[in-house]
Design a protein around this ligand. Structure first.
Ligand code: NDP
Ligand code: MG
Length: 351
């Protein structure tokens, strides 16, 4: 039997929530994927345990807080096919840029890099496309948008064919709260996300709905979609991930599955394998749990409107974005979230 080739994956931020889930997915398909390299910020112990388990040599692991250059050597290594960028925060941006410049596939969980430098990342993706540069979103809503567009033979927003792209939000742990109640919530409450088990920064961003603001900007850049054609609504169960209203012919499609990032990671990586090594470009999802819902069926699910008065983050970020102040806004938010996580400020001060 012909031996199938393996896709070699470098995981940046392998010790985090997305990083560890990527390793789990890959180990479930060890015939298709090889862990090329692993990086973390400071959690050396876990990094070394991962390296041992997945047989990654010491020369292919990197602790960024000790060696800031090595990550770029790993990214540029000619044996790397895919870079999973699962670093949290603005420090994910430079590695994202380096990945595209190296002509690699960038499986991007680090949405901060798109928010901060989306125009440039899309430019680099185009410039280095012939070498193989491509951005694949590892964010459930954006993965869902991509799959819905692909189902209609599209890659990006097209005003002739799409009227609206809607992403869902869970509403976070404080859905339905009024301002007064938010003054009493604790760090523990804020870290207790109802549907997803994520790293601390994004969990807090979800509790304030700031994450959804970032995701609207992420969708704007990744799919060249005008902000006026983008919207967000609440699905408390995070079962529906994105909804697209198409025109000519008119129809509404949504992607749904029980919230689990391993589904997003697995679908993304397996599809790549099918395309690269099995020459299989069929539209079927690599993961059978993913469903496309159509029209009537979607309206059977319960959606809620976002309470922008209590959670002004989305409106605020869009305003800052439109006036070109997103970088400073992001930096301010990153700093205040850090202060909240270390107990210096209260939750309502994040709003
Ligand atoms: P975690 O906090 O769980 O993990 C972050 C990872 O990045 C860790 O491996 C950490 O290393 C590493 N890291 C942190 N800071 C730096 C730095 N300055 N330089 C290099 N490495 C660093 O985060 P998540 O996995 O939850 O999130 C990662 C990204 O994915 C974020 O951008 C988030 O918004 C996005 N995302 C996450 C989802 C989720 O379900 N978790 C869903 C969709 C998007 P160490 O362990 O050593 O600190
Ligand atoms: Mg998301």
């Amino acid at each position: 039997m012909e031996k199938l080739h393996k896709i070699k994956v470098l995981i940046l931020g392998s010790t985090g929530s997305i990083g560890t889930q990527t390793l789990e997915v890959m180990s479930g398909h060890a015939d298709k994927f090889q862990v090329f390299g692993l990086t973390c910020n400071s959690n050396k112990k876990l990094l070394q345990a991962q390296a041992k388990k997945y047989k990654v040599p010491g020369s292919k692991i990197c602790v960024s807080s000790e060696n800031q250059k090595k990550i770029y050597e790993l990214i540029k290594d000619e044996n790397v096919d895919v870079v999973v960028n699962a670093i949290s925060g603005a420090d994910g941006l430079k590695p994202a840029i380096a990945t595209l410049k190296a002509g690699k596939i960038l499986a991007l969980a680090n949405k901060e890099s798109v928010v901060l430098d989306g125009t440039n990342l899309k430019k680099l993706e185009k410039k280095h496309a012939r070498k193989g540069a491509k951005i694949l979103p590892l964010d459930s809503e954006h993965h869902a948008i991509l799959r819905l567009l692909e189902a209609e033979n599209m890659q990006a927003f097209d005003s002739k064919r799409v009227s609206k792209i809607i992403i869902t939000a869970s509403g976070g742990p404080f859905f339905g709260y009024v301002k007064k109640q938010l003054k009493k919530v604790t760090l523990k409450d804020a870290l207790n996300h109802p549907n997803w088990n994520m790293g601390p920064k994004i969990t807090i961003e979800s509790a304030t709905l700031l994450n959804k603001g970032y995701e609207l900007i992420e969708a704007h850049y990744l799919f060249s979609a005008p902000l006026k054609n983008l919207d967000a609504i609440i699905d408390r169960k995070s079962f529906v991930h994105a909804i697209i209203k198409f025109k000519n012919p008119r129809k509404t499609l949504a992607i749904a599955y029980k919230p689990d990032m391993k589904i997003v990671i697995g679908d993304t990586l397996l599809k790549l394998h099918y395309e690269i090594y099995e020459k299989n470009t069929s539209k079927k999802f690599a993961n059978k749990k993913i469903k496309i819902l159509e029209g009537e069926v979607i309206s059977k699910y319960k959606f809620d409107q976002i309470d922008h008065k209590t959670f002004p983050a989305i409106k605020n970020i869009i305003k800052e974005f439109k006036t070109g102040r997103i970088y400073d806004f992001y930096k301010r938010k990153e700093e205040t979230i850090e202060r909240f996580l270390t107990g210096e400020i209260a939750f309502h001060e994040l709003l």
